[in-house]
Design a protein around this ligand. Structure first.
Ligand SMILES: [Zn+2]
Length: 413
């Protein structure tokens, strides 16, 4: 870290990272969890019965405050545990139905109501007390009557979390998933990396190493394999709807798990490789604001969001405006024109690779945003003074791919 500039507003300089750990317990929770599950299914029932259909026949979940208030009151009838659990139940019911809805729209699910069989409950932080000295976590089950106490003093991760604040807990019959919030500081980081997502690669701009590519062909391939199988089964749907639908659901589940596993490894290995970096991504939610013509690249939105989410659990992530990132000249900021995978600047008349221009522009916008956050005074991270032109190569300087069995990305080129 070359410069220790701090802004007056220190709050903006910190960033939260969530760490999660699993511990086991022998507390008898079956009755409580069964009642939670029953309430969850009742909640799903009620929301389901109030689904409205648009003119085109699309289902829409009821979301008005009045509906939610009535739902909450209804669920609180005959409820002997802390009422905050009902809020968690409602939140879960909505997320179950949102996920049904998105699969239904894509044709992966039928119009059958989802039912939850698993025994679990989300515990809001208002029900948790964390004594850092004793390493004790106390969860309220029934206010002033029943508590579950977990002691984590001897757990392997205690040293990592003893000074952090505790977040939501997921309780299951014999285990609990704990989350802790860690405040990362911008000034702990030394480098900024801009990341651009393309259909078969992530392209990174690193201020010292230049253009780095992470190959995603494997991810693309495994998705295609499943999509082909699913498409084939869809063509058989008329002959034997129920059996085929069940097969499709199973395939879809497996596809999702494979993709999840790949993205998990990708993001862990990426954050290990650049452990001292702030990652800059495009804010895709802002994409809706612009017309499609500025975004002629094909990308997979779901992967993109999940990559950002997963990396932000591990390190600092900054989102920048995505408009024109692939058509602005990184040297003189003039408009560029596409020519067979290359982009040519109308002003400097230099031509560059489009993917490189994308991640370089994202990198530069990230630097700008960090300067703003740091109070606009001084240079904050290594690399700002680097000559971009020197790093503008026609091919990636390094190519990595995900290692399924190892800890680090493998260098392949
Ligand atoms: Zn130019």
């Amino acid at each position: 870290m070359s410069n220790k500039t701090k802004s007056k507003n220190n709050q903006e300089l910190t960033y939260q990272v969530v760490l999660s750990y699993k511990v086991s317990h022998n507390y008898p929770l079956k009755t409580f969890l069964t009642e939670c599950k029953d309430k969850l299914n009742i909640s799903i029932d009620i929301i389901w019965n109030n689904i409205e259909y648009t003119k085109k026949g699309y289902p829409k979940l009821p979301k008005s405050n009045e509906f939610k208030r009535n739902l909450r009151n209804k669920l609180l009838e005959n409820w002997n545990y802390a009422s905050h659990y009902i809020d968690g139940v409602i939140k879960t019911a909505y997320s179950v139905l949102e996920s049904w809805l998105s699969n239904y729209k894509r044709g992966y699910r039928t119009k059958t109501k989802p039912k939850v069989e698993r025994l679990f409950v989300r515990v809001k932080t208002t029900l948790i007390k964390y004594d850092k000295e004793k390493g004790e976590i106390r969860i309220t089950i029934k206010p002033r009557k029943e508590y579950l106490v977990l002691n984590i003093k001897n757990e392997w991760f205690f040293d990592k979390v003893k000074d952090l604040s505790i977040g939501e807990i997921i309780l299951k019959e014999n285990e609990a998933f704990l989350t802790f919030k860690d405040n990362l500081n911008y000034s702990d980081k030394e480098i900024v990396v801009g990341v651009d997502s393309n259909l078969k690669s992530l392209d990174l701009f690193h201020p010292i190493e230049g253009w780095i590519r992470v190959d995603l062909t494997e991810l693309h391939r495994l998705k295609e394999v499943y999509d082909k199988k699913i498409d084939f089964l869809k063509s058989l749907l008329k002959k034997c709807p129920l059996r085929v639908m069940r097969k499709i659901e199973r395939l879809f589940e497996r596809r999702r798990n494979r993709v999840k596993d790949f993205l998990h490894k990708l993001t862990i290995q990426l954050s290990r490789l650049f452990h001292n970096a702030i990652f800059v991504f495009e804010d895709l939610n802002k994409r809706k604001m612009y017309k499609n013509k500025y975004f002629n690249r094909r990308i997979d939105r779901t992967n993109w969001n999940s990559i950002i989410q997963k990396i932000s659990y591990k390190t600092i992530v900054i989102l920048v405006n995505p408009a024109y990132t692939s058509t602005t000249c990184p040297i003189c900021r003039s408009k560029m024109e596409s020519q067979e995978g290359q982009v040519v600047c109308c002003n400097c008349s230099d031509s560059f690779n489009r993917q490189l221009v994308g991640c370089l522009n994202i990198f530069k916008r990230g630097l700008g945003k960090i300067k703003e956050l740091m109070g606009g005074s001084g240079v904050t991270t290594t690399g700002t003074e680097v000559s971009f032109r020197k790093l503008m190569t026609s091919n990636p300087n390094v190519v990595y791919c995900v290692d399924y069995n190892g800890k680090y990305l493998i260098r392949v080129g």
